[in-house]
Design a protein around this ligand. Structure first.
Ligand SMILES: *Cc1c(COP(=O)(O)O)cnc(C)c1O
Length: 381
């Protein structure tokens, strides 16, 4: 009866799509250890290195001493501590919104918000390259899903123009696209939404702590703060901790507390994790030199690429190098691994078939020497 499992596994292996886990034995700044081998890591989303920041770790440890490890219940029962509420206030202030709600992960924030906000009378309109958590949320929602090609504003407008039969129109987009590293044209999206009376929601998973003068995210980057209705983000990337959030109006957040099933029916985050996020957000606000170091590194790497006539591919810390073929991509990733660099190969179903790529992430932790080594090895492919 379970024969289909073996068949499926075999077929994944044959087509180069089988995914084994890699076991990290130790982490030390930009370096990780796998099978006793030291590697420079170019695939972490911990862009500012905050997951290992002494102040962040100290806050987490102190909070464990006071509150224990687990929260013990969901937020609406007895799992809601002053730390959870302090974190939500901190996020609201950071994102310049009236209020915020924290979920256990970013994945759950998208699932909870999108399913709570839409029903069968509505339509959700998304970019083709949106993150899987948004796509899964759309699958769970009863609303009609409509997809426009990547960043194609003409296609978005065409869909909007034909969507007045729906009760609500919700446009959702990544702000920084997680596998391509480019940025959605948010000013145009906000304008179209206004024209066609649609609600806008952006996923700032990779932009939070990274984009904008103060690291507030994509809205700050474009100078359009307050023009997007719903701002989602994660605490698991540049914030270095764990959790997802939605920031918006008082009413929106109050509504989500009552309606978002992935908020209601799950145990709340450990207080220590929330405390770590609070400390990390404070560092993001007070130590802009970390973000400056990140952007210096991105600039340095892109200049090195340009020097060997390779396109500086993006304007963010996520740099995709498209190879195309799945097996070839994984082969290059293995070769880089042998040379001491951990660069992940990304392939179907995370990206479309035939669009396999190396996905490089640059962080504030990397030294110029490490970036140079990466650049030199990539010049050979
Ligand atoms: C990582 C990511 C998420 C999910 O966030 P987690 O906190 O890791 O669950 C959602 N959206 C985008 C665009 C992401 O890159």
């Amino acid at each position: 009866m379970l024969e289909f499992i073996n068949q499926e596994l075999e077929s994944l292996k044959k087509s180069g799509l089988y995914r084994p886990l890699k076991t990290i034995e130790k982490i030390d700044g930009s370096k990780i250890y796998i099978d006793g081998k030291e590697l420079i890591c170019f695939c972490s989303n911990d862009y500012l290195g905050l997951s290992n920041h002494p102040k962040v770790k100290k806050m987490a440890i102190e909070t464990i001493k006071e509150f224990g490890v687990g929260a013990g219940a969901s937020r609406l029962i007895s799992g809601n501590t002053i730390i959870h509420e302090e974190l939500e206030k901190k996020i609201a202030k950071f994102k310049k919104r009236e209020s915020a709600i924290v979920f256990s992960t970013g994945y759950m924030a998208n699932i909870g918000a999108i399913t709570a906000l839409t029903d069968e009378k509505d339509t959700i309109i998304i970019d083709r390259l949106n993150h899987a958590s948004i796509i899964d949320a759309c699958k769970l929602s009863k609303a009609r899903l409509q997809v426009y090609s990547h960043k194609d504003m003409i296609a978005l407008e065409k869909i909007l123009a034909k969507s007045d039969k729906y009760k609500k129109r919700l446009i959702v987009t990544d702000s920084i696209f997680s596998m391509d590293g480019d940025i959605a044209p948010l000013p145009q999206i906000a304008k179209l939404a206004k024209k066609y009376n649609a609600i806008t929601m952006i996923d700032c998973a990779h932009a939070t702590g990274v984009l904008g003068e103060n690291g507030r995210g994509a809205e700050e980057h474009f100078g359009i703060e307050g023009q997007i209705d719903i701002v989602m983000g994660t605490l698991s990337k540049a914030v270095g901790s764990l959790g997802g959030f939605i920031a918006g109006s008082f009413e929106l957040i109050d509504f989500l507390r009552n309606k978002a099933r992935s908020f209601i029916y799950t145990t709340s985050l450990p207080p220590s994790i929330c405390a770590a996020s609070i400390a990390a957000l404070e560092i993001i606000e007070n130590e802009p030199q970390l973000r400056k170091r990140l952007w210096d590194n991105i600039g340095f790497f892109n200049r090195r690429r340009a020097a060997i006539n390779r396109d500086p591919t993006t304007e963010t810390p996520i740099i995709p190098i498209i190879i195309g073929n799945e097996e070839k991509t994984m082969g290059i990733s293995r070769k880089l691994f042998e040379d001491g660099l951990f660069v992940s190969g990304i392939r179907f179903p995370t990206v479309a078939k035939g669009e396999a790529r190396l996905r490089i992430t640059i962080t504030a932790n990397h030294s110029k020497k490490e970036l140079e080594m990466l650049s030199n090895l990539l010049a050979l492919i």
